[in-house]
Design a protein around this ligand. Structure first.
Ligand SMILES: Cc1cc2nc3c(=O)[nH]c(=O)nc-3n(C[C@H](O)[C@H](O)[C@H](O)COP(=O)(O)OP(=O)(O)OC[C@H]3O[C@@H](n4cnc5c(N)ncnc54)[C@H](O)[C@@H]3O)c2cc1C
Length: 419
């Protein structure tokens, strides 16, 4: 049986599944003198998901949001990175089954994040675009740009671009589509009429940004309407066949470009079923230990820690994933030295979204504000969080160029040979 070519060690082995915000932070922060660390991910890079919508709308390059995992650990002792997909866990045998072989662990950390969730709408899953990975973002970019080329070539009268789900991703995506139409169309496609391209944001519940502080959703909707986005609240989508989007109690929208951002569900693999809550997340205690699991921990979007104030688990956000990883880095050392572990406490520093380039809606220090200066706060908070100095500089330059002229050279349709 293959063992991913990892040498034996006298140190306890920590296998971390997932090099996202949670897994990467844990692997970086944990004291390598006490453990052999193995980080497994199906990709060879970490993705900065909060800015994926900007790749999707051709504002920034895909590479600026990807950070090679191996680069993060150059020269680190006792640390092994393996690009492989995990297929199953055997908690009795303390082993992880991957597509490249099996691996024993002393401690297992699940940090596999979440994937798009379609609430049983199979045809939506088949035909709509979604925004969860870098490949998804490049797919959307290709589709939008191809759509505009087609529009001009075929001389159709009008176009509809639809975003389903008015959470942060949907709001930011709709704002970026509006920028693309309002600013770019006249530069690249002067023969097309921007007014004939309709952008619609659809939300099943009664408000946008439902998980955010009161008032933020209303302000975001107001700004989206200023950009010319039609926002349909209390509107349930029933089906989509690739050209017709069926809406409950309403007419059908004709669109070949529907972007689904309406839900996520925790990732999982075989063997984890007994630890999963009905919502798919893994139940953990205040130390991120999996309930009823021995030497298994779960952090980030995949975990659900139900504590006072967070009865449904913490929000699936990057700061939560990072903070849980930092706490677990300390707790694993404490476990080895048989010291009591530290309970996780989340200090919510705020939340924010961008509504197009130049308008932000933010909540910091308990206050909600919006407009250009809120956008500047959003801008620097995101820039600061991106991994790697080179990526930071590239993104800053791309943003400055976008903001000055909206005329970047990124609007290329780049498809793989198979397509
Ligand atoms: C479009 C978008 C916008 C967002 N915007 C914001 C925002 O503005 N602010 C904010 O705070 N949060 C935002 N989020 C949420 C934030 O990105 C997540 O909360 C965060 O990524 C969670 O970190 P994680 O480590 O738990 O999971 P992830 O970062 O998703 O990492 C999971 C990792 O596990 C790997 N993996 C999964 N399954 C397997 C497997 N079977 N085998 C091997 N590897 C596997 C994946 O490849 C991935 O690298 C956004 C998310 C999306 C999708």
């Amino acid at each position: 049986m293959m063992k991913l070519e990892i040498p034996n060690s006298v140190l306890p082995r920590v296998v971390i599944i997932g090099g996202g915000f949670a897994g990467l932070t844990l692997a970086q922060k944990i004291n390598k003198q006490h453990f052999q660390i193995i980080l497994l991910d199906q990709e060879n890079f970490h993705t900065f998901q909060p800015l994926l919508y900007q790749v999707a709308s051709a504002q920034i390059e895909p590479q600026s949001l990807a950070f090679p995992l191996r680069k993060a650990f150059q020269g680190e002792p006792n640390t092994y990175i393996r690009k492989t997909q995990v297929l199953a866990i055997d908690a009795e045998k303390k082993s992880v089954q991957t597509q490249d072989g099996e691996l024993h662990y002393d401690y297992l950390v699940l940090a596999m994040g979440a994937k798009s969730h379609y609430f049983g709408l199979k045809d939506m899953e088949e035909h709509a675009l979604t925004l969860k990975t870098l490949s998804d973002a490049v797919d959307i970019r290709n589709t939008l740009l191809s759509d505009l080329e087609d529009w001009e070539n075929k001389g159709v009268q009008s176009k509809n671009w639809v975003v389903v789900g008015a959470g942060a991703t949907g709001v930011e995506m709709a704002g970026a589509l509006a920028d693309l139409r309002n600013k770019i169309l006249k530069l690249d496609f002067p023969e097309l009429d921007p007014k004939a391209l309709k952008i619609t944001l659809i939300e099943a519940s009664g408000k946008a940004l439902g998980a955010f502080a009161e008032g933020m959703g209303d302000v975001a909707v107001k700004h989206l309407k200023t950009l010319g986005v039609e926002v349909l609240l209390n509107t349930e989508v029933l089906s989509y066949d690739g050209t017709h989007l069926q809406i409950k109690d309403a007419q059908t929208i004709q669109s070949q470009t529907v972007i689904w951002t309406a839900g996520v569900r925790a990732q999982t693999v075989s063997g984890l079923e007994k630890f999963q809550l009905p919502n798919g997340r893994i139940g953990v205690d205040e130390y991120n230990q999996v309930l009823q699991g021995k030497d298994i921990f779960c952090i980030g979007d995949q975990a659900s820690m139900q504590t006072q104030g967070y009865e449904k688990g913490h929000p699936q956000l990057a700061p939560v994933a990072i903070a849980q990883a930092e706490n677990l880095a300390k707790n694993l050392v404490r476990a080895v030295f048989q010291k009591p572990m530290l309970a996780f406490a989340y200090h919510d520093k705020g939340s924010m979204v961008a509504v197009g380039l130049g308008v932000g809606v933010v909540r910091v220090f308990g206050k909600v504000w919006h407009g250009f200066w809120a956008f500047i706060v959003w801008f620097f908070v995101h820039l600061f969080q991106i991994l790697g100095t080179k990526n930071k500089i590239f993104i800053l330059l791309q943003w400055l160029s976008q903001y000055r002229s909206y005329n970047s050279a990124l609007r290329i349709i780049l498809k793989s040979k198979k397509e």
